[in-house]
Write a protein that binds this ligand. Structure first.
Ligand code: NAD
Length: 258
């Protein structure tokens, strides 16, 4: 599967899953715009892509802000001349029981995970529709297929991403544009690892973060091992190529959601 001559954009591409997807698209031959709230890490991913021999430019974006998103899409098109593949990956998590959840907690997660995907998709369609070609990949989660305790707001945001993806896919299906959701299971990024990650927060008494991480992999995943950003990159490359797969929410979760 080759993406030579294509231009891709990955939001939240500075680290974690977004970085894995950005590198995989570049390895398949695409030029990649790497956008992140944190410019320093976007620059690091771009440098790794340039080292692969592909063109890459880092951009700063806050996906919750329509002005910032519209500027990003304009800058990507003026830098690369086109936008073929857009991976709307930027996302955040927080852990709170529904009783403890404040309206602000709810709004914060929905703003990045759901409104961010909407704003990016809308702006991307604005440049894809006139060319009658586009591949939009929204990074959801298996938490968008099944609910998780203490993650009700996060699950709601990811269910929203999947519903939005399905509806928009139908709106643009006749225009050469596919819209799909990629649903990671458990990936050992900052979202899971470290004291503030899920494996740090969901420790049992006396358990280290590393032990908690091992336990979660063994107990939650039928395959017993976490997925990697590279796994997500493989599906993204497939979806960037596929002409007749649209409106789907595809899990890469080692059987977690079975
Ligand atoms: P991560 O925290 O390592 O990376 C998220 C990236 O998004 C960071 O680079 C961050 O700077 C960026 N970001 C955050 N808010 C932003 C904003 N407002 N505007 C622009 N960029 C912003 O997390 P990750 O694990 O790589 O997660 C990536 C995506 O995958 C998220 O949508 C997440 O919900 C989803 N996901 C992750 C897992 C997992 O196990 N790690 C599982 C399911 C879904």
């Amino acid at each position: 599967m080759q993406l030579n001559g294509k231009t891709a954009l990955v939001t939240g591409g500075g680290r974690g899953i977004g970085q894995g997807i950005a590198l995989a698209l570049a390895e398949a031959g695409a030029d990649v715009a790497v956008a992140d709230l944190d410019t320093d890490i976007a620059r690091e991913t771009s440098a790794r892509i340039e080292a692969l021999g592909c063109h890459s430019t880092p951009f700063q974006v806050d996906v919750t802000d329509s002005g910032s998103v519209n500027k990003l899409i304009g800058d990507v098109v003026s830098t690369f001349g086109q936008l073929d593949i857009a991976v709307n990956n930027a996302g955040i998590i927080s852990i709170k029981s529904v009783d403890a959840l404040s309206a602000e907690d709810w709004d914060q997660v929905m703003a990045v995970n759901a409104r961010g995907v909407f704003l990016c998709t809308q702006a991307e369609l604005g440049v894809m529709r006139p060319r009658q070609f586009g591949r939009i990949i929204n990074v959801a989660s298996i938490a968008g297929k099944i609910g998780f305790p203490d993650l009700s707001h996060y699950s709601a945001s990811k269910f929203a991403v999947i519903g939005f993806t399905n509806a928009v896919a139908k709106e643009v299906a006749a225009e050469g544009i596919t819209v799909n959701a990629l649903c990671p299971g458990i990936v050992g990024t900052g979202m899971w690892r470290g004291e503030d990650g899920l494996s740090g927060r969901w420790r049992q008494p006396g358990e280290s973060e590393a032990e908690s991480w091992e336990r979660h992999q063994k107990t939650l995943l039928p395959q017993g091992v976490a997925q990697t950003p590279e796994d997500m990159g493989q599906l993204a490359v497939y979806l960037a190529n596929a002409e007749h797969v649209t409106g789907q929410a595809i899990a890469v979760d080692g059987g977690f959601s079975l």
